[in-house]
Design a protein around this ligand. Structure first.
Ligand code: OGA
Ligand code: MN
Length: 293
């Protein structure tokens, strides 16, 4: 296997991988090394990339099945790369009062992608194509370190408990009107265990999100307080890496072991990130977070 040029970005997770063009990656060339780094470091940064939608999609496919929410909702729609953007199709900027803007504001709550779907995401491959003059960072925390540092009693409780996730819960924290939007209200409750062990190296990580609102076996109030406290623990400053975007940066992160959120920027400036998530599968240890009785 080739050696990757790896530089740490944080003491406990996250590395930059230099001198590599992601367009060259194939299943049997560089992907095995990148996948090893993904399992080990949870967040990978590649600078100066030039992925178009096609090469971005080819790269993502190496990680697993492309997440197509329309298909998961029963609609026969082809896969599309998602734009996380305040630029509308006519080139104008999304008005601040628009529901679409508010919907994207929910990305600024600490979350894990797609925990409200029947199959959650393994990975997000996010590339910056337009960046604002200031702000608009994406922040990450390592929930593996947060698990390791948790008291043994909490670790034991997390291992045997299920959080209940629903997209309406995170959207409701931004604006109650969002929960009636069809693409928000269509997903039912999804229970996931609070610990996702990595099947390759056995490292355990806390699995939660802004979409989690209840805990099996706890009252509504108790469960709500539990998920709030858990998120506060996972997002302590010592677990965070803040990424300042430059056009061409690609971040690839392990949804099983990090939380993330976007940061505000002057909304009269455009910002566009291109995102592809792949769904988790059996080889990613999916069964370990499933299985509520
Ligand atoms: C995402 C996301 C945050 C951001 O693409 O899943 O949460 O900084 N993005 O835009
Ligand atoms: Mn996200």
């Amino acid at each position: 296997m080739a050696d990757l040029a790896v530089k740490p970005l944080h003491g406990r997770f996250a590395v930059a991988i230099n001198d590599l063009d992601l367009r060259d990656v194939r299943a049997d060339y560089l992907y095995p090394e990148i996948r090893n780094a993904f399992e080990e470091h949870s967040l990978l940064l590649f600078r100066g990339q030039q992925l178009d939608d096609e090469s971005h999609t080819q790269l993502a496919k190496l990680f697993g099945p492309l997440e197509n929410r329309e298909q998961l909702a029963g609609h026969d729609e082809p896969f599309k790369v998602s734009a996380v953007s305040n630029v509308e199709s006519d080139g104008s900027l999304t008005p601040k009062e628009a529901l679409r803007h508010l919907d994207q504001q929910a990305n600024m709550l600490w979350h894990t992608d797609s925990t409200f779907l029947s199959t959650p995401a393994l990975v997000n491959l996010l590339m910056a194509t337009v960046t604002p003059s200031t702000g608009g960072q994406t922040e990450f925390t390592t929930t593996r370190a947060a698990f390791d540092d948790a008291p043994a009693e909490l670790q034991a409780l997390l291992r045997c408990s299920f959080g209940v996730h629903q997209l309406t819960h995170s959207r409701n924290q931004v604006d109650a009107r969002l929960i009636d939007l069809p693409h928000v209200s269509r997903w039912p409750d999804r229970p996931w265990r609070f610990v996702w062990p990595n099947p390759i190296n056995g490292r355990e990580a806390i699995y939660t999100a802004s979409h989690a609102y209840a805990v099996d076996g706890m009252s509504a109030d108790e469960g709500a307080a539990f998920v709030t406290d858990l998120l506060a623990h996972c997002t302590k400053p010592q677990y965070r890496y803040t990424h300042e975007w430059t056009v061409g940066d690609v971040l690839i992160w392990d949804e099983r072991a990090v939380l993330h959120r976007g940061r505000p920027w002057p909304y009269d400036e455009p910002r566009t990130l291109k995102s592809i998530c792949c769904s988790a599968t059996a080889v990613d240890g999916l069964a370990a977070v499933q299985g509520r009785a």
